[in-house]
Design a protein around this ligand. Structure first.
Ligand SMILES: Cc1cc2nc3c(=O)[nH]c(=O)nc-3n(C[C@H](O)[C@H](O)[C@H](O)COP(=O)(O)OP(=O)(O)OC[C@H]3O[C@@H](n4cnc5c(N)ncnc54)[C@H](O)[C@@H]3O)c2cc1C
Length: 505
């Protein structure tokens, strides 16, 4: 059945898809979101087992309040634009992470000043270097936040002066940026301890993208959504509906119809055709290009570029409910346990299936509504290489055991107090979201695949756009929110971010 009133379809209800959908609906577009799962959120969705509410993946994000660096706070601004900010209670997490290295345990507090104090107490003599590095990081982050607008309004030549830091560091890895500093190796290990949030160690991750994530947490804050991240997805859905937008669940798109290089609409698995002149794909980019549209519709150069892109690795998660008094046992909300200081080794171990690190998240320490009184939830998370295992179903129990043994070696008594255990392997991540091989963050955020080198939000086909972690700027909840904002601006032809907020007011 045709629905001529719809002008914009968003395929997928990940946070990136919901952001662009809500903003376009608020600006007056007739928007329909089509989601194959039975709920919104993609990797940010939550699920219930027995008396427990688990997050499928996401632990925390930044950018949720009005406080922060210039150009940040995009999650808060989006929710405010959609009139649903009050629907989510953001709980600030400080210290936002704890890092355990073979010879050091350190907490990472929010705010640059407190971070410098805490870290230089452990590394006397490194304060000046650390301060200078964090000042550079903050200035660079602010340049990243305004880059698109500056380039569009000033042109590339003037922009290269205004954005001198960005132009200087755009091809650097984090390890390259450290070359100018004589940091102690253990200090580097602390600074880079959040590398799993981007899925790449310092030697591979884009400095510019790492800086945005790191400063995002230090300055824009680290937050959990009370009730789980499903509440963030649900608030975005509510915002969409407030502006007469619609969402349909259990609605898998199987084809994007293109005629004369212009999008015409989409077909659902049921055979239904829905017409729209604008389609935004929030799903795996190879699915969009190869399966939903078809190679014949794209220029050869575009396809060849796509074939060279490297996807991020996946993640293995163990979801646990425990009767252990985890506060008493010294468990923190988010802790990274590394048996190696060298994160490249930790990354390579993950790629070959060896476990030398994991993160342990205890959401019930900040939101006790997720489990009954006296019980706690834990998520054990590590990066995993989909291709390293032939049959994830067969290997899953072995992985779970290994991870629980590792966690038990850090939390005394855990194994004796398990009430519930379930796991998500890379195959589970793929099954629920159709991200190829369960890629956790879209394309890897290497210097070769970020900034202008990432596949842009606008495709070569008229009316076909992308939002989410397969397009610019990159992965993570904040990154995909940014991408949704950017795609909305592109569709509405608004160069300036403030014009978008005005169009949505
Ligand atoms: C285990 C794990 C933990 C993570 N933890 C964090 C964290 O703590 N903080 C953080 O910032 N980031 C985290 N990330 C990364 C972050 O979750 C993702 O980068 C981000 O949520 C991706 O959002 P997205 O908008 O790209 O869409 P996705 O979340 O990838 O969602 C895509 C949606 O599209 C739907 N879909 C797919 N194909 C179709 C189709 N043909 N038709 C209709 N619908 C379709 C899927 O069902 C899905 O709902 C984590 C990732 C994982 C895997």
């Amino acid at each position: 059945m045709q629905q001529p009133s719809i002008d914009t379809i968003v395929i997928g209800s990940g946070i990136g898809g919901l952001t662009v959908a809500g903003l376009l609906a608020k600006s007056g577009r007739r928007v329909l979101v089509l989601e194959r799962h039975d709920r919104a959120g993609g990797y940010a969705h939550g699920f219930k087992r027995k008396k427990y509410h688990f997050d499928a993946g996401v632990h925390l994000t930044s950018g949720c309040t009005d406080q922060g660096y210039k150009g940040g706070q995009l999650i808060a601004k989006t929710l405010q634009a959609l009139d649903v900010y009050e629907q989510v209670e953001f709980i600030e997490i400080s210290p936002f992470a704890h890092v355990s290295l073979p010879e050091l345990m350190i907490s990472l507090p929010l705010s640059i000043e407190q971070f410098i104090k805490q870290v230089s107490d452990e590394f006397p003599g490194q304060e000046i270097g650390l301060r200078s590095f964090l000042e550079l990081s903050l200035n660079l982050t602010e340049q990243v936040a305004k880059a698109d607008e500056v380039i569009a309004t000033m042109g590339i030549e003037k922009a290269s002066i205004e954005l001198a830091l960005l132009f200087k560091y755009r091809r650097f890895t984090l390890a390259d940026a450290w070359e100018d500093y004589s940091f102690d190796p253990q200090l580097k290990s602390v600074l880079a301890a959040l590398w799993p949030y981007l899925g790449l160690p310092p030697e591979k991750v884009s400095f510019v993208y790492w800086v945005s994530m790191f400063i995002g947490y230090l300055v824009d804050g680290a937050y959990y959504c009370k009730g789980g991240f499903q509440t963030l997805a649900d608030a975005l859905v509510m915002g969409l509906k407030k502006s007469a937008g619609e969402i349909r669940f259990k609605s898998q798109v199987t084809k994007i119809q293109v005629l004369d290089n212009q999008v015409q609409g989409v077909y659902l698995a049921s055979g239904e055709f829905i017409s729209a002149q604008t389609v935004i794909s929030n799903v795996d980019m190879r699915q969009t290009v190869h399966d939903l549209v078809g190679d014949d519709y794209f220029p050869k150069r575009y396809l060849s570029r796509l074939s060279r892109m490297q996807a991020s690795q996946s993640i293995f998660v163990v979801y646990i409910a425990t009767s252990l008094d985890i506060k008493q046992a010294g468990v923190k909300h988010e802790a990274f346990y590394y048996n190696e200081c060298d994160h490249l080794k930790n990354y390579n171990n993950s790629m070959s299936g060896d476990l030398s690190w994991l993160s342990i998240t205890a959401p019930t320490l900040i939101d006790e509504t997720l489990a009954p009184n006296g019980e706690h939830l834990l998520m054990l998370t590590t990066l995993a290489n989909f291709s390293q295992v032939d049959d994830w179903k067969k290997e899953k129990p072995g992985f779970v055991e290994k991870m629980i043994d590792f966690a038990d070696s850090k939390i005394t008594g855990l194994k004796a107090h398990l009430l519930f255990v379930e796991a998500g392997s890379p195959a589970t991540m793929e099954r629920y979201t159709l991200n190829h091989q369960g890629a956790a963050y879209g394309w890897d955020v290497t210097p070769e695949q970020t900034g202008a080198l990432r596949i842009a939000n606008k495709s070569p086909i008229q009316g076909l756009y992308y939002a989410g972690h397969w397009t610019a700027p990159g992965g993570g909840v904040y990154g995909v929110t940014y991408s949704g904002v950017q795609t909305a601006q592109s569709i509405l032809g608004l160069t300036k971010r403030d014009d978008l907020w005005a169009a949505c007011s």
